[in-house]
Design a binder for this molecule. Structure first.
Ligand SMILES: NS(=O)(=O)/N=C1/NCCO1
Ligand SMILES: [Zn+2]
Length: 258
């Protein structure tokens, strides 16, 4: 599993108190994607996603989100193609959500926010041997972002939601196996926007090739998690764990579709 130690957010979970020095600062994430300003790139190929449910290991509540962590010691679960020059290994996925259905996503499309956003985090295993190495390289990471809307029941996600009460408190971990993250992808993964950005949680490094899916997925709602540990008296519910949007600074967002 990609060490999330680098991003142990429990110390910094009030993310909106942005750190003073941001690495580089000219390719930060998240952003609003202005559709009419995105540029169709016919050279963008379809994404090739290959996920093996046997690499799924555990769910961890790190005090900021819950991470479903995958064994990334082999190339069993990978993404390539699209804007990517290399092959990237899945190490974890997690979500960002709001306290209600009016907001919660990190990216927006023409200012439209969604109630939640899924991030599937991968690191460049052609060039680096560990997530920790890749996280500081400009071509180190690839994150697939999928918007979530409240709607019909999502069978695959229900299995995950059913496991969440076991990780209600910060730093709790529960074994979680045989979960195929492909069930979280929309039917159409050929239509996406892509741009050069950063992690939206510390270390905020400018290492991410973002691929934001045009098609959203639907699910019933979850907001049962906590930011705090069992000991702390005041149990703050874990909501609104999204970063404020960042300036585009002249970047171009490309689309894989017209
Ligand atoms: N929200 S995000 O950009 O995916 N942030 C992280 N941090 C570590 C891995 O992904
Ligand atoms: Zn994220």
């Amino acid at each position: 599993a990609c060490s999330s130690k680098l991003v142990h957010l429990s110390q910094v979970h009030p993310m909106w108190q942005e750190p003073l020095a941001i690495p580089g600062g000219d390719r930060q994430s998240p952003i609003d994607i202005v559709v009419r300003k995105s540029v169709f790139d016919p050279q963008l190929r379809p994404l090739k996603v290959k996920y093996d449910p046997r690499t799924c290991q555990q769910i961890w509540n790190n005090g900021y989100s819950f991470l479903v962590e995958y064994d990334d010691t082999t190339d069993k679960s990978t993404v390539k193609g699209g804007p990517l020059e290399d092959q990237f290994r899945l190490c974890q996925f997690h979500f960002h959500w709001g306290e209600n259905n009016a907001w919660g996503s990190e990216h927006s499309i023409d200012r439209r926010l969604y109630p939640a956003e899924l991030h599937l985090v991968h690191w460049n295993s052609d060039k680096y041997s560990l997530f920790e190495e890749a996280v500081i390289e400009e071509n180190g990471l690839a994150v697939i972002a999928v918007f979530l809307k409240v709607g019909k029941r999502h069978e695959g996600l229900q299995k995950l939601v059913d496991a969440l009460p076991a990780v209600r408190h910060k730093d709790s971990v529960v074994e979680f196996t045989k979960f195929d993250p492909a069930c979280l992808l929309p039917e159409n993964i050929d239509d996406y926007w892509t741009y050069a950005g950063s992690l939206t949680t510390p270390p905020l490094t400018e290492a991410v090739t973002w691929m934001v899916m045009k098609q959203h997925i639907e699910l019933a709602v979850f907001r049962s998690l906590l930011f705090t540990s069992a000991e702390e008296q005041v149990q703050r519910s874990m909501v609104n764990n999204f970063r404020v949007q960042q300036a585009l600074k002249g970047r171009t967002v490309r689309s894989s579709f017209t």
